[in-house]
Design a protein around this ligand. Structure first.
Ligand code: SAM
Length: 406
């Protein structure tokens, strides 16, 4: 989720509070909706849906934030007037006061109530032993993880800078370029952010670079590249000495690629292109040494960072994503040079998007060999490796490296 709060003229404190409300309500909406239904004698009419959301915003503050009760009630009630629903003031006031006295308990567990049923079924089918840990983690606020740009500074020096700026942080024990902040902050509060000293990136995403192992001078294709987090890490690791082609199909996201490379002062060839079609960008005649397919996916491994995924993702999206994932593998494999390596990765925890895709691909490509790789903690699967939120201290990611035999 990338909420655009810039358009509002807010102080940093108000902006932080607004972000907390938006993210928190996305996380807990199932519970808040159920609680609201318990408090109301009859549902609010569709044409006054905004009143329902005003009520939910008050309930979130009462249930999940330390907002003093009187302030939560007074501010929420005053929102009715500001949003042209003055008639709803008494209704909202009464409901919130009842909520403060209520010992509401949902009929099913909060974790299940806060995820769509189909999503719980899919996660349970894939990870029966871990389903409860995953659903619980999806509702937590994730740590803010940083990746230090080793071209510009060292992890020790940057940690010192953070501490001098009164930002408590520790080395990430699982990623050699990583630092974990004790409290999230706005990126402009990070020392040297605009000068490219550091980027925000979860540990799981940082590990893609260690797994792909690029060397200076390599030709690299990052086929689903925007906004460029992993591509930038590959370049930083190799002192900006890669011939890196960064492709993305979405024009508006390609702009973010330019922004990333410009802020970090990195060199790459950027193309807007469909990586499932015949390449219309210049590809190296001998093939690429490394290909990264960070495939479009359901995002079910990153719900804690993007809590809206549970609201907009639909079960039948998965089959459509599977077709694109397979087309990417099929189309890009011929571009890999013999002896080269391809990393297929997703931020999904569903086997349909992960090992099943690779198995299907391998069944038609006898020159694709599973290559072993080290991951500091992932679950080893028959094909590839998987991290799970709540089980591993990072986002849920799938990784599989294929080596091309000559
Ligand atoms: C998981 S995101 C990539 C994140 C990126 N690798 C990073 O580390 O910052 C997947 C990207 O794939 C792009 N994409 C989807 N279908 C594509 C296609 N057919 N060809 C190229 N890019 C595609 C999407 O626009 C999206 O930006």
């Amino acid at each position: 989720m990338r909420a655009n709060f810039e358009k509002y003229d807010l102080s940093p404190k108000d902006r932080g509070f607004l972000q907390e409300l938006v993210y928190g309500i996305c996380r807990w909406y199932g519970e808040l909706d159920d609680f609201a239904a318990n408090l109301l004698h009859s549902p609010i009419r569709n044409k006054d849906r905004i009143v329902h959301f005003i009520l939910v915003t008050g309930l979130y503050q009462i249930r999940h934030l330390n907002t003093p009760a009187h302030a939560a009630v007074a501010e929420t009630v005053s929102a009715c007037k500001q949003l042209n629903k003055p008639w709803a003031k008494n209704l909202v006031n009464g409901c919130l006061r009842n909520a403060l006295r209520s010992n509401y308990q949902s009929a099913i567990t909060i974790e299940r109530l806060t995820h769509p049923e189909w999503m719980v079924e899919e996660i349970e089918a894939a990870w029966p032993r871990h389903v409860s840990a995953i659903l619980t983690a999806n509702n937590e606020r994730p740590a803010m993880c940083l990746r230090v740009n080793k071209i510009k500074t060292t992890r020790d020096d940057y940690l010192r800078e953070l501490l001098q700026a009164d930002l408590k942080a520790v080395f990430d024990p699982l990623s050699i370029d990583g630092i974990i902040l004790q409290q999230p902050v706005m990126v402009n509060q990070l020392p040297g952010f605009t000068d490219g000293m550091v980027s925000v990136q979860d540990t799981a995403a940082q590990l893609a670079c260690d797994i792909l192992q690029p060397d200076a001078g390599h030709s690299v294709l990052d086929a689903c590249s925007a906004p460029g987090g992993k591509a930038a890490h590959l370049l930083e690791r190799c002192d900006n000495q890669l011939k890196l082609d960064a492709i993305d199909i979405a024009e508006h996201r390609v702009q973010r690629l330019y922004d990333t490379f410009s802020r970090l002062q990195l060199k790459a060839n950027v193309y807007t292109a469909d990586a499932t079609s015949e390449p219309d960008w210049d590809t190296p005649a001998a093939g690429y040494d490394r290909i990264l397919i960070d495939a479009p996916c359901s995002g079910l491994g990153v719900i804690r960072r993007h809590p809206d995924i549970r609201h907009h993702r639909r079960r039948n999206d998965i089959a459509q994503l599977n077709s694109v994932q397979q087309a990417l593998l099929d189309n890009l494999w011929p571009l890999l040079k013999p002896g080269g390596r391809l990393l297929y990765t997703t931020c999904s925890i569903l086997p349909q998007e992960n090992q099943q895709q690779v198995a299907l691909f391998m069944s038609g490509h006898s020159d694709a060999i599973l290559a072993p790789f080290n991951h500091p903690c992932a679950l080893q699967l028959e094909i590839g490796q998987q991290t799970l939120p709540g089980v591993h201290p990072m986002d849920g990611f799938y990784y599989c490296v294929l080596y091309k035999s000559s």
